[in-house]
Structure formats: structure tokens, C-alpha cells
Design a protein around this ligand. Structure first.
Ligand code: ADP
Ligand code: ADP
Length: 230
């Protein structure tokens, strides 16, 4: 089964707004799919439904073939890593503790959680001995975003969801961070859904691009080259 499958997923908020209408999408193992479209077209809503932060009004969501449309969000944490724009690190916890968030939530033994946090910090290019004991405000924006990647990957999820993960850093740091993420992805080969409103980023990062447009049925699908008409 595909790691992520959406079947005719619809989300109507209580005030009547239809944020997503009949979206069907299947993401293959190790594939990086970009969701792009203007602000308000429903990109974040799609990610939040996959992550079970909100429930779809209708349709089905399958992770690795299991219907998780109405399953418990905490159970999904093991299988889904989530990265958001402003990282959402806990300000009063060290970098090391932040990276261990999901393993702790899942009840991993302390030593295993510690070792895993060290390993992940290394993987994203932050020396654990140097940065592990710092607090989030003692890092640059780009470094914090790397910590966000490390935290999302800590429990070795099947799926990685990223909502505008590069938007909060300045344009120069951004391209370095995008390159860094592609290097990381080549190593860990997660099934990724990346949300952005930046076409350059979509073309640069995506194996496949899905263009959403507000309220209407989506949706064009294609490789970057197909969508650019090359
Ligand atoms: P995007 O991520 O593409 O900017 P969103 O998924 O955040 O889009 O929003 C899609 C649409 O749903 C927008 O029209 C937005 O105003 C609306 N929306 C988002 N969250 C809510 C909510 N909690 N209640 C009502 N409408 C919402
Ligand atoms: P809150 O919504 O109160 O901030 P949550 O328990 O929802 O707290 O999330 C705690 C942190 O974990 C948040 O910063 C969020 O970005 C992150 N998070 C949410 N979902 C996931 C997930 N599936 N995997 C990893 N981290 C997640």
C-alpha cells in the first residue's frame, strides 16, 4: 500500500467554508510531493487532516494501508513526523529535550531517547555536545529549523509532513537549508508532503507537484518539468 492515500477527502469548517473538496492523492514510498497554491487554498488543512489534528468531513485517509481517518492522534505520532513554519520548539526545554519529544511521548526508555536525540542532532549537522544543552533562543533561525527536522524524525516515522518549513528563515539561509534538507532526505528517504506557496521551492524540491486552488476541485498533478511545460 502507498504510505499516504487520500480518498475523496473533503473538509468543511463549521462556519461553512469548504477548505478542501474531494481531494484524492496517493504518495509513494520515498516520494516527496509538494502541495502548492495561493494562501487560503487549503494546504495546511490537508496536512492537519493527515496528522489528525482535525478530522475530515468526509472521505478517507490511509497511512500504510490502514484507515486512520478517525484514529487517535497520539498513536499517529509514531508514524508521522510534522514540521511547521516556526518550528514550535518548546522554549523552556533544551534542544536535546526538544528532539526527544515524540520518543518520550511514546514511552521510550530514557537512555534510548537520549542516544536517539544525539544521533538525530548529528544527522542534521548540529554537534550534540555543542548545541544539545542550549535553549531554542540561543540558536539561529536556520539552526532551529534543523532541530525541527531532527525532532520530526526522532521516532523514525514513515511519513514526514512539512508546512512551509523554510518560510521563517531569511532568503539566503533558506536556499542552504533547502539543500540541507534534500541531502537529509537522500539519506532517510521518508515519504514527504511539503506545503509551500513558493514555486521555485516546489520545483526545486518536488518529485511531484500538486497544485491546489481554493474551493474548486484541484488540481493538477505532475513532475516539475511537466508543470513548467518543458
Ligand atoms: P492554506 O494553508 O492554503 O493557506 P488553509 O488550509 O489554512 O489554507 O485554509 C483553507 C481555507 O479554510 C481558508 O479559506 C481558511 O480561511 C479556512 N479555514 C482554515 N481554518 C479554518 C477554521 N478553523 N475555521 C474556518 N475556516 C478555516
Ligand atoms: P500543542 O498543540 O499544545 O502545541 P501538541 O501535543 O499538539 O501540542 O504538539 C506538541 C508539539 O509536537 C508541537 O510543537 C507540534 O508541532 C509537534 N507535533 C505535532 N504533531 C506531531 C507529529 N505527528 N510528530 C511530531 N511532532 C508533532
Amino acid at each position: 500500500a502507498a504510505p499516504i492515500e487520500l480518498r475523496e477527502v473533503r473538509k468543511q469548517y463549521p462556519d461553512g467554508t469548504v477548505a478542501v473538496d474531494k481531494l484524492s492523492l496517493s504518495v509513494n514510498a520515498g516520494e516527496l510531493v509538494v502541495l502548492i497554491g495561493p494562501s487560503g487554498c487549503g494546504k495546511s488543512t490537508v496536512l492537519r487532516m493527515i496528522n489528525r489534528l482535525i478530522e475530515p468531513t468526509s472521505g478517507q485517509i490511509l497511512i500504510d494501508g490502514d484507515d486512520v481517518t478517525h484514529s487517535d492522534a497520539v498513536q499517529l505520532r509514531r508514524r508521522i513526523g510534522y514540521v511547521i513554519q516556526n518550528v514550535g520548539l518548546f522554549p523552556h526545554q533544551t534542544i536535546h529535550t526538544n528532539v526527544g519529544t515524540v520518543p518520550r511521548l511514546l514511552g521510550w526508555p530514557k537512555q534510548r531517547t537520549r542516544d536517539r536525540a544525539d544521533e538525530l542532532l548529528d544527522l542534521v549537522g548540529l554537534d550534540p555536545a555543542r548545541y544539545g544543552k542550549r535553549y531554542p533562543h540561543e540558536l539561529s533561525g536556520g539552526q532551529r529549523q534543523r532541530v525541527g527536522f531532527a525532532r520530526a524524525l526522532a521516532a523514525d516515522p514513515v511519513v514526514l509532513l512539512m508546512d512551509e518549513p523554510f518560510s521563517a528563515v531569511d532568503p539566503i539561509a533558506r536556499s542552504g537549508l533547502q539543500r540541507e534538507f534534500l541531502r537529509l532526505q537522500a539519506e532517510v528517504r521518508k515519504t514527504v508532503v511539503l506545503v509551500t506557496h513558493d514555486l521555485d521551492e516546489a520545483v526545486r524540491m518536488g518529485d511531484r507537484i500538486v497544485v491546489l486552488s481554493q474551493g474548486a476541485h484541484p488540481q493538477q498533478f505532475g513532475t516539475p518539468a511537466q508543470l513548467l511545460g518543458e
